[in-house]
Design a protein around this ligand. Structure first.
Ligand code: NDP
Length: 275
């Protein structure tokens, strides 16, 4: 049985606080990776049209035999498909590839502010939610200014903002804004893409003391901050390791030591200019 706690989104839907990300997993390998994750106890899967593995992910969901209501499936509309009509069509394509009649969470992948289409795209997401085809809708990579525009022009407050977030980029200001508006913070690249961060000596010392791995310490930091996390791995032992983060706690001192690693490192592009 999975021990993953659920958080309640601003529309009452609940979401597992820890899920499985599949960016950069080729479609042919996604079925095996998602199957391993589901067998380990993950119930939330984060994909996107861009990842080109919705079909492989869907196969694993179907083959698992798990009841649909136990699963939490997220996908995202890609930049080229922004705009009201295009987004509605893109959503149909994603559902068909996943082999589902609804998703649990549908996100705008990037705001692309220079294109000026994210408010029309958001109207399409509002329609998809109203039609019951996404149980919740949200955004990804939105800065405060992009969120403010949705608050002013939309009718639904996003349930989630999925943003790059790890100890080197803790996003304190955006997390505070989310809290003010009841938006859940979901951390992408929660392990800093496994690069460098997991070799940090401060994290290593905490991990040795707690007899845990550096990845487990970082995931625990996220969970204690209240973030939703979606670590990715194609390595079965790591898939299981990343889920085994509920039997220990970081002290306030440990939390502060991780917070001190903030150096503004961004592995992804700047949402103000990307796309
Ligand atoms: P993560 O921070 O999850 O790191 C993944 C990397 O860390 C992989 O190279 C993996 O290797 C390695 N790794 C995983 N677990 C461990 C472990 N226990 N010990 C050591 N190394 C480990 O990076 P991602 O960028 O993949 O982010 C996670 C998810 O977030 C994505 O899969 C995607 O779903 C989402 N995302 C969303 C974005 C957005 O714009 N909305 C952008 C980027 C990501 P290996 O697989 O070889 O085991």
């Amino acid at each position: 049985m999975s021990q993953v706690p659920h958080i309640t989104l601003n529309n009452g839907v609940t979401m597992p606080q820890l899920g499985f990300g599949v960016w950069q997993v080729p479609d042919a390998e996604a079925t095996a990776a998602v199957t391993t994750a589901l067998e380990a106890g993950y119930r939330s899967i984060d994909t996107a049209a861009l990842y080109a593995n919705e079909a492989g992910t869907g196969k694993a969901l179907a083959a698992s035999g798990l009841p649909r209501e136990e699963l939490f499936v997220t996908t995202k509309v890609w930049n080229n498909d922004q705009g009201y009509d295009r987004t509605l069509r893109a959503f149909d394509t994603s559902l068909a590839k996943l082999g589902l009649d609804h998703v649990d969470l549908y996100l705008i992948h990037w705001p692309q502010p220079a294109r000026g289409t994210y408010t029309d795209t958001w109207r399409a997401l509002e329609k998809i939610a109203a039609d019951g085809r996404a149980r919740a809708i949200g955004v990804s990579n939105f800065h405060a200014s992009h969120l403010e525009r949705l608050f002013a022009e939309g009718t639904v407050v996003p349930a989630v903002n999925q943003i790059e977030l790890h100890p080197q980029l803790p996003q304190a200001a955006l997390r505070a804004l989310h809290a003010e508006h009841g938006i859940a913070t979901e951390a992408w690249s929660p392990l800093g893409q496994g690069k460098g961060l997991l070799d940090d000596p401060v994290i290593g010392a905490i991990a040795r003391r707690l007899e845990r791995t550096p990845a487990q310490v970082v995931l625990r930091w996220h969970l204690q901050l209240g973030n939703v996390v979606i670590p990715k791995s194609v390595t079965p032992s790591r898939i299981r390791e990343n889920l085994d983060v509920f039997g220990f706690e970081l002290s306030a001192e440990d939390m502060a030591a991780l917070a001190a690693l903030d150096d503004g490192t961004r592995h992804g592009p700047d949402p103000d200019t990307f796309g």
